[in-house]
Design a protein around this ligand. Structure first.
Ligand code: ATP
Length: 226
């Protein structure tokens, strides 16, 4: 049985920004869906060259920017996580999670922090890039666990993590909150062995592969760009 689509991007949908002064404003299209894209629960990778419009696409899917044409549809709860944690630098992760969660959810956040070796007593402003990233990942996972079938949009969540933590996180994604859809921007395709699809932007076109060609997602990426 195929999984229900949680996110649908119709053919012709355009993503970008409006540039210039209000009276001379012009659309600058970065990405156009040349085929419709539907994705359901699982892990979906968004990998494309620097500056091709990945963050713009993700922010638009999150409803933070308008599409330039067309309309994205979803019935799911959308959770967007930017590539940097925005929180009071004096706040410690323990206080941060206590502000977000109570009871079992808070306990789950604390357990995950222990698993990922996050120092809960170090102020966020003094955490390394990778450790700040762990705070975002824990927030994402515990929030996703509160609603069935959420859509998590994550901008470079693995950047800055050491190899062991990356491995732990990708294993976690495969085993928990499996009703969620994770659309994840990343640059290092090698660190993910299992994924349900790959999206990329080639020459301004959004391309989607739902099965691997060849042995790896890297081979699929190269095919989509050829
Ligand atoms: N509102 C805006 N005004 C002006 N330029 C913009 C705006 N939004 C995006 N851009 C430009 O569009 C291009 C694509 O940006 P975006 O951040 O979406 O790319 P990206 O693929 O995520 O890049 P990277 O891999 O480097 O993070 C960049 O050159 C960026 O400066």
């Amino acid at each position: 049985m195929t999984s229900p689509a949680l996110l649908h991007i119709p053919e012709g949908t355009r993503f970008g920004y409006r540039a210039g002064l209000p009276w001379t404003r012009q659309d600058r299209c970065l990405v156009e869906a040349v085929q419709s894209v539907s994705a359901g629960p699982g892990l979906h990778l968004l990998v494309a060259p620097n500056g091709s419009g990945k963050t713009t696409l993700l922010r638009t899917l999150a409803g933070l920017s308008p599409t330039l044409a067309g309309q994205v549809s979803t019935k799911a709860q959308i959770l967007y996580f930017a590539d940097e944690l925005r929180a009071d630098p004096e706040m410690k992760p323990r206080t941060f999670f206590r502000a977000w969660f109570k009871g079992d959810s808070l306990a789950a956040a604390e357990n995950l922090a222990e698993t990922l070796r996050l120092d809960m007593k170090c102020p966020i402003g003094k955490l390394s890039r990778g450790n700040r990233q762990k705070v975002i990942l824990i927030l994402a996972e515990i929030k996703a666990s509160l609603t069935q079938g959420s859509v998590l949009l994550m901008d470079e969540p693995l950047t800055g993590l050491d190899a062991e933590t990356r491995e732990q996180v990708t294993r976690l994604w495969a085993s928990t909150n499996t009703s969620a859809m994770r659309l994840v921007i990343m640059h290092e395709l090698e660190c993910v062995r299992q994924a349900d699809s790959l999206l990329t932007i080639a020459g301004g076109q959004l391309r989607h592969a739902t099965a691997r060609t060849g042995d790896s997602w890297m081979a699929t990426y190269q095919t989509l760009h050829s």
